[in-house]
Design a protein around this ligand. Structure first.
Ligand SMILES: Cc1cc2nc3c(=O)[nH]c(=O)nc-3n(C[C@H](O)[C@H](O)[C@H](O)COP(=O)(O)OP(=O)(O)OC[C@H]3O[C@@H](n4cnc5c(N)ncnc54)[C@H](O)[C@@H]3O)c2cc1C
Length: 246
């Protein structure tokens, strides 16, 4: 067991995902392979010694060694996300420790049940690590990603998710626009409720393993909704990102 200690990573690339979301690739001197779904802690230290620490899920799959990708959404008046979003450039050092968390993880075992991934906003990040891991393993475990966003410009990893939809018939992307949908949109455009979840769960031939991640309000209502439509409690794993309902 390696001890999880702070290390100084270097930012090697920054990619805008949406107007309010960026992905950061960090090269790690002490890379430890993570499990899809785990996170890192990131610590900022001001000149006077004041420190702020936050958690960020790993977006990259375990197969991407030597570095991790973190995807950060700019939170209004957010101390750490604001600094990462506006104050960090390629070549900068960042202090991180991880990987952390052994509960909200998907190991990609070939006999694993099908996957129902439900994400709200940046809650899609650890779910993306699971999908990327699944791709690397060449698994065709049926997987549905139900992704709740407010508007079309908020779809993180859009191009990659659309490409995956095209190339893998066992993957289904269900976008749910809660505030404004694209013109002519025929898919979901309301908050996720039990009736919507019943439709999604009915797509599976065998009971799915559910991973739910995002703002606290969304996670709680989805977890309750899944139970209401008959999904076993032990098949619902949740990760709460923050206090607001987004
Ligand atoms: C296990 C774990 C993994 C996480 N992974 C990610 C990730 O991959 N990507 C990501 O962008 N974030 C992730 N988060 C959230 C992240 O840790 C921070 O909470 C977030 O970046 C806000 O921090 P901040 O310092 O910018 O805001 P703060 O200065 O802490 O807060 C500013 C304001 O925003 C509100 N707020 C705080 N957090 C959130 C939030 N998450 N959503 C909405 N409002 C919030 C606060 O109540 C406050 O009003 C994760 C959280 C956890 C616990």
């Amino acid at each position: 067991m390696s001890k999880i200690t702070w290390q100084l990573a270097t930012v090697t690339s920054i990619r805008p995902e949406t107007p309010r979301v960026k992905s950061f690739t960090l090269s790690l001197p002490g890379f430890t392979p993570h499990l899809a779904g785990q996170h890192y802690d990131l610590r900022l230290t001001a000149e006077g010694g004041y420190q702020a620490e936050r958690s960020y899920s790993v977006a990259s799959p375990p197969e991407q060694t030597g570095e991790i990708e973190l995807t950060v959404e700019l939170v209004a008046e957010g101390e750490v996300s604001g600094y990462l979003f506006e104050g960090v450039a390629v070549g900068d050092p960042l202090e991180v420790r991880g990987p952390i968390g052994g509960y909200f993880v998907w190991r990609g075992e070939p006999a694993a049940p099908p996957l129902l991934l439900v994400g709200g906003g940046s809650g899609v990040v650890p779910l993306m690590a699971m999908l990327r891991h699944r791709q690397h393993l060449g698994l065709r475990t049926p997987a549905v990603l139900l992704f709740s966003i407010r508007t079309p410009e908020e779809v993180i990893y859009q191009a990659e998710l659309e490409a995956l939809t095209k190339e893998d018939p066992t993957f289904t992307l269900l976008l749910d626009y809660t505030r404004q949908a694209p013109t002519g949109w025929a898919g979901y455009q309301r908050r996720i409720d039990a009736a919507l979840l019943a439709e999604v769960v009915a797509r599976f031939a065998t009971p799915p393993q559910c991973f739910v991640c995002g703002p606290t309000g969304l996670v709680e209502s989805v977890a309750n909704g899944l139970q209401a439509v008959g999904v076993a409690t032990e098949s619902i794993l949740t990760e709460r990102f923050g206090p607001t309902g987004g």
